[in-house]
Design a protein around this ligand. Structure first.
Ligand code: SF4
Length: 177
């Protein structure tokens, strides 16, 4: 059920390092102001198993690197009014795309065999298969707002959230270069 007068907000961690979520924390005491306007309905920070229906704003960190994330992107898009690509990995695929020039076999070999310091354990069938390329989210689904930066600043995240809560489209390029 929707809490009265509160926007339903999700934060999502795809193929990224969690640094963008750390920037959300860096909003510090502004988080306390936002709590009266936001209901956090899905996030690594809350115990929600399934992506909910009727999400007003999703802040999504990381690019799309595997089959599970590709399907999940469509699930999110279908239930989200304003979809925000949060940070350079989401916007461009950034450092995750460093694997893109290499063959999949070589990537797996490097990560799980050459770099192994103990028992070699290869990904099993219950691990989502990697896509051939790590891609920015907008190559899979439509994105409404882009927040650049690695990580994006807390000021930029706060500005974007407040603009969306006020029903405006954030003017990120002109205000933050
Ligand atoms: S944009 Fe930077 S901080 Fe954010 S997930 Fe990617 S590497 Fe981490």
């Amino acid at each position: 059920m929707r809490e009265r007068n509160k926007a339903r907000v999700a934060t999502v961690w795809l193929d990224g390092c969690s640094g963008c979520h750390m920037s959300i924390f860096d909003m510090d005491d502004r988080l306390l102001e936002l709590k009266d306007r936001i209901e956090l309905v899905y996030s690594p920070l809350v115990d929600a198993k399934d992506y909910p229906k009727d999400v007003d704003v999703a802040l999504v960190e990381g690019c799309i690197g595997n089959e599970e994330q590709r399907k999940f992107a469509h699930t999110m898009r279908a239930s989200t009014k304003t979809f925000v690509s949060l940070g350079d990995c989401a916007v461009t695929s950034n450092i995750v795309a460093y694997r893109n020039p290499f063959k999949m076999h070589d990537v797996i070999h490097r990560a799980f065999i050459e770099n192994s310091e103990g028992e070699i354990v290869l990904p099993q069938e219950d691990v989502p298969p990697l896509l051939p390329f790590a891609v920015p989210i907008h190559e899979i689904i439509d994105v409404d707002v882009y927040i650049p930066g690695c990580p994006p600043s807390a000021d930029l995240i706060h500005y974007t959230l407040v603009e969306l809560l006020e029903g405006r489209h954030p003017d990120i390029k002109n205000r933050f270069g």
